[in-house]
Write a protein that binds this ligand. Structure first.
Ligand SMILES: Nc1nc2c(c(=O)[nH]1)N[C@H]1C(S)=C(S)[C@@H](COP(=O)(O)OP(=O)(O)OC[C@H]3O[C@@H](n4cnc5c(N)ncnc54)[C@H](O)[C@@H]3O)O[C@H]1N2
Ligand code: MOO
Length: 399
């Protein structure tokens, strides 16, 4: 059977995919969630001209000639402003974050003053210093966060500062993960002869969760259509079902058959990519299905290439991934007929240019090498051999 190109496979995976519904979450639970609407500030920050230092609010004209002695007429603290006006020859004690009183246009830091009862001697001052003007951070109505933003620590802090107690986010895509294979046992088991520890499901679950999804590990189905059918029957409310293993051509590769019996409409089977050739995708009712090959690196690469764009699409973001440019730190041989995703490590030049060195072994079972890599060099089918220094495209690996 002719292999479909990665580009066509991705187009099929994403066709008809629409963003999930919007829900509101308390800001304390927003980390990792994806913003569903552009978000505007509901206030101006700082809301008033504020002092940046502890010291004295003065009129610049009064401290043009130094030293100067001023009359202390009150105090402005954060949360308790001075309501009067600072007149000529007067000053107000002020603290960091406090509103600058009317009449004053400069703050003198306390280290440059000496206070004697009700008078303050100013020894050094710079007109206009140490005041944070109203709105310096942002203005009411400014759209500071765009839909599709995945909340991290800094954007959560900003949204809170914009005075949002709740945020409109996309429902988390529910991703059910099914491992398959008679040899697969959970980590920490007493490993019997010929058994293999389940590892892929943990990597895929971590990838899903870190991209804003909600992973559900269904466990391991034996290589038997009845067992597979039982698991498949449990995934109706998942947005995506990811299967691992049993995707190739052997008699025990039963996953696609079991899904077909459950009603899978196949979008594609087998992709011109290396690793990842046996990958398939389809739809089971409203659940999208992505069949990953069992080889751990093949599975992970397919998840980066197909699952992450699906998650982005479901979360209302831009699904397409734009590979980045990098410079080869080692030569590459001619590529074969399938699009290559070669594990590589990066170093960065002083100007920020990424230099990538391909790892010596590219076998699709090597998890230690995958964990050591930080990017995938993307090579077009039949790309010619290229020397060190050539520009290539890479997909950075997060997580
Ligand atoms: N005659 C052919 N044989 C194979 C072909 C082919 O075209 N013709 N394709 C090869 C390619 S490419 C790949 S990739 C593998 C993928 O095969 P399967 O998807 O059927 O995967 P399995 O046979 O079930 O397992 C392969 C390998 O991965 C281990 N595995 C499986 N699940 C897990 C898991 N959850 N955690 C960790 N490791 C797992 C499994 O034990 C095997 O070692 O097929 C080639 N064969
Ligand atoms: O995906 Mo197989 O991915 O070429 O080992």
């Amino acid at each position: 059977m002719a292999l479909i190109s990665v580009e066509d496979a991705l187009e099929r995976v994403l066709s008809g995919l629409s963003p999930l519904e919007v829900e509101r979450v308390p800001i304390a639970q927003a980390h990792g969630r994806v913003l569903a609407e552009d978000l505007a500030a509901t206030l101006t920050q700082p809301p008033f001209d504020a002092s940046a230092m502890d010291g004295y609010a003065v009129r610049a004209a009064d401290v043009a000639a130094l030293p100067a002695t001023l009359a202390l007429i009150g105090e402005s603290a954060a949360g308790a402003r001075f309501d009067g006006i600072v007149g000529p020859g007067q000053t107000v004690r002020i603290f960091t974050g406090a509103p600058v009183p009317d009449g004053a246009d400069t703050v003198v830091i306390q280290e440059d003053t000496e206070a004697f009862g009700d008078s303050v001697l100013v020894k050094a001052a710079v007109a206009g210093r140490h005041i944070r003007p109203e709105g310096q951070d942002f203005m009411e109505g400014d759209v500071l966060l765009r839909r599709g933003t995945r909340f991290g620590a800094r954007t959560v802090m900003l949204a809170a500062a914009m005075n949002h107690a709740e945020l409109p986010v996309r429902r988390k895509p529910r991703v059910a993960i099914l491992s398959t294979g008679d040899e697969i046992v959970p980590p920490g088991s007493m490993i019997g002869p010929d058994q293999i520890v389940a590892s892929v499901s943990y990597g895929i679950a971590a990838l899903v969760d870190s991209y804003g999804g909600d992973s559900l590990d269904l466990g391991v189905a034996r290589d038997d259509e009845g067992a597979l059918a039982q698991f498949i029957a449990r995934v109706a409310d998942a947005d995506v079902l990811v299967t691992i293993g049993g995707a190739s051509v052997g008699e025990r590769d039963l996953v696609a058959d079991a899904l077909a019996r459950a009603g899978l409409q196949m979008d594609f089977a087998k992709v011109a990519m290396r690793p990842g050739k046996p990958a398939f995708a389809g739809r089971l009712g409203s659940t999208r299905v992505l069949g990953l090959p069992g080889n751990p690196v093949s599975a992970f690469v397919c998840a980066v290439v197909f699952l992450l764009p699906m998650l982005r699409g479901l979360l209302g973001g831009n699904a397409s991934v734009v590979p980045q440019q990098a410079t080869l730190a080692s030569a590459l041989p001619e590529n074969g007929p399938r699009q290559g995703y070669q594990r590589a490590t990066s170093s960065f030049a002083d100007d920020g240019t990424r230099h990538v060195r391909v790892l010596s072994s590219q076998d699709s079972s090597l998890m230690a090498a995958l964990a050591h890599a930080d990017c995938l060099i993307v090579r077009a089918p039949h790309a010619p051999a290229v020397p060190e220094g050539t520009k290539v495209l890479v997909l950075p690996l997060a997580g």
